[in-house]
Design a protein around this ligand. Structure first.
Ligand code: ADP
Ligand code: MG
Length: 620
């Protein structure tokens, strides 16, 4: 489906959320648009409204990385200041009106974000928070010391607006309102793309996101830079509005805290939450200053609000209200069992059929991995051929999951070489391996519990192209395909439910559906039948066979021996970090060395019918 940017996304969000959300949003937008011309407020009220809109723009921008992907930035004002100084310097040096240079300020801010993000967002976790504060303070120091450009602490005077005094701040009001609508439209568009689903996936489980092809660093940097852009534009307009800018007012820690507070209060990660939060925080801050005895009372208010939100409203106002509403009006989704669901497997990857069905797919040579003193994988060699279902069995702790982690890049090998279709992959990040056609499921399913089942299935990325990342996620062809796969799994009616609410077995099937969204040539399944009911095991067998017929290779770790013997050829037996036997299932079943190493005292004859697997979760 072709969508026009960025309104296509907004339309999709509105359609999805239905008239229930659209009506209040349109009503609020209309009220904001007519408010200044109704003559109900004074010039002071209009100024407060401008500050509300400014904070809303910043909170919505902040939300694109920090809300969707969960990487909290405490220095968001750095971009406001960058935009403002860009406008001020361009006006003074080149005589350009700040409104004209505002987009350039946005571009500069985005550039700063890309430069910083490309370094810090490579790693995960808390370092980012610290670095964002450092950025803010560094820019403040720069603005203070580059006196030839900025006049240091004296500040920069901006030109006066060309419109008459009576017009006052009205143009600024509409400029910020327009910018807020644009920022919201962009945020909504991102949210409906695969990019948005990927950002949420990063927030939920970054390691898993990388394993399904999401180039996590690039996604995070993109989100950071786009948030910086809108805030940079806002900075250019804000500087003009203030008519005077200085390092401490433009690069202010407290202003950054207000942005975070607004987003947290309204609902981090939700589309409109940050707007609601921004109005509450900006009006509260103004009221505290006017009625509470000066600006220091704002600090008290912010501290109190922050504590209150963290303790009592962790989701924020809007998501909290939505959760309350859902709890009062529960939707029941019936689960029909799998009968009839075993129908047609959607044409997963048509191109796959043309690929040669024989030959080597994966080669693992002398691969080792130590954890402290423990050798989990010990110089393992293994080959998986195209179109085969290779079984990998072995006692618990023999290193099977670790081997999977090494192949897919979740862990780095200490030694050895891994090639996939002749290309060396052991130094590639997980998502690049995935783009080559390597897919995996996890022993303990790692679905993105807070996302809907549908969002889970559309999140995977088959390649690293931008075009793919901005394809419709929860709407359009991708969503249609995801629904088809879910129907095939018998889970179609759960598409809108949070993935975390499904049963363990259903989650395994959703994880498999995620893999089927990719152009996968080798699928590594880590105990796919563990903990799922016998009917589903049969279903799973059918799926694996159909895919193998299409030329997909499988490496299957499984404790359900009848299933392995029935499905796999060859079977590889793993013990103490390396293969000890390999051969067709009949041979492996009777191999005395295997019986001793793996089956131990289980000497009773294996019957071929699948049995319910009651294996407990193990650490991967
Ligand atoms: P299997 O999947 O065959 O049951 P694993 O690969 O999960 O075996 O584990 C092999 C060994 O490596 C076990 O002794 C396990 O405790 C250890 N191990 C696995 N992952 C880690 C890890 N991330 N950190 C430390 N030890 C680990
Ligand atoms: Mg394991």
């Amino acid at each position: 489906m072709k969508t026009v940017l960025p309104l296509g996304g907004v339309k999709a969000v509105l359609t999805r959320a239905g008239a229930k959300t659209a009506l209040p949003v349109v009503a609020v937008a209309a009220a904001l648009a007519v408010y200044p011309v109704l003559g109900i407020g004074t010039e002071y009220h209009l100024t407060v409204a401008v500050l509300c809109l400014l904070l809303a723009v910043q909170a919505v921008s902040w939300n694109i990385l920090s809300g969707y992907a969960g990487y909290i930035s405490l220095g968001h004002s750095a971009f406001l200041g960058t935009g403002a100084y860009m406008g001020g310097i361009a006006a003074e040096r080149l005589g350009i009106n700040p409104l004209l240079s505002a987009p350039l300020g946005g571009v500069l801010a985005a550039g700063v974000a890309v430069a910083l993000g490309a370094v810090v967002l490579r790693s995960r976790g808390a370092a980012f928070v610290i670095v964002t504060i450092a950025l803010l303070l560094t820019l403040q120091v720069l603005a203070t010391n580059l006196t030839r450009l900025t006049h240091g602490n004296q500040g920069l005077a901006m030109p006066l607006p060309p419109w008459s005094r009576e017009t006052g701040n009205l143009p600024f009001y509409y400029l910020f309102l327009g910018l807020l609508i644009l920022t919201l439209a962009f945020s909504a568009w991102v949210r409906t793309r695969k990019l948005g689903a990927g950002l949420l996936a990063i927030r939920e489980d970054e390691g898993k996101a990388a394993a399904i092809g999401i180039p996590t660093t690039r996604y995070k940097v993109t989100a950071f830079a786009s948030g910086a852009f809108f805030t940079g534009v806002a900075g250019g307009i804000y500087g003009y509005f203030l008519s005077y800018i200085s390092p401490t007012t433009m690069f202010a820690v407290l202003a950054s805290v207000m942005v975070v507070l607004a987003a947290l209060l309204g609902g981090r990660g939700s589309l409109y939450g940050p707007v609601v939060g921004a109005f509450v925080v900006a009006i509260g801050s103004e009221a505290a200053t006017v009625y509470g005895g000066g600006s220091s009372s704002r600090l008290l208010l912010f501290g109190g609000l922050l504590t209150g939100v963290v303790l009592f409203l962790p989701q924020g106002l809007l998501p909290g209200a939505a959760a309350w509403w859902r709890a009062r009006h529960p939707r029941t989704v019936e689960y029909t069992d799998q009968e009839g669901a075993l129908g047609r497997l959607p044409p997963v990857v048509a191109s796959r059929v043309e690929r040669p069905a024989t030959g080597e797919l994966l080669r693992i040579s002398g691969v080792s991995k130590n954890f402290g003193g423990l050798v989990a994988v010990d110089g393992a060699d293994l080959v998986v051929r195209r179109g085969t279902i290779t079984g990998l069995i072995g006692p618990n702790g023999s290193g099977k999951t670790t081997l999977f982690n090494l192949v897919t890049g979740t862990l780095r090998a200490d030694a050895g070489e891994i090639t996939f279709e002749g290309r060396r992959i052991d130094r590639m990040p997980p998502w690049e391996r995935c783009h080559l056609g390597l897919g995996r499921t996890f022993q303990t399913t790692r679905l993105f519990g807070g996302m809907s089942v549908l969002e889970n299935v559309v999140a995977p990325l088959p390649d690293g192209r931008w075009r793919t990342a901005v394809r419709g996620g929860v709407t359009g062809a991708e969503a249609a395909r995801a629904r088809e796969l879910l129907d095939f799994m018998g889970l179609g009616r759960f598409a809108e439910e949070p993935a975390g609410s499904l049963s363990y077995g259903q989650q395994k099937l959703v994880e498999l559906a995620q893999i089927l969204m990719l152009d996968t040539r080798l699928i590594l399944l880590d105990e796919p039948a563990g903990g799922i009911n016998p009917a589903l095991v049969d279903h799973l067998k059918g799926i694996i066979r159909q895919l193998a017929d299409q030329g997909v290779g499988f490496l299957l770790v499984e404790h359900n021996i009848p299933l392995v013997l029935d499905l796999c050829d060859p079977v590889v037996v793993f013990s103490q970090g390396r293969p000890i036997a390999e051969g067709p299932p009949g041979l492996i079943r009777d191999d005395p060395a295997v019986l001793e190493a793996y089956l131990g005292e289980r000497k009773e004859p294996q019957d071929k019918s699948p049995e319910p697997e009651k294996e407990a979760d193990q650490p991967c």
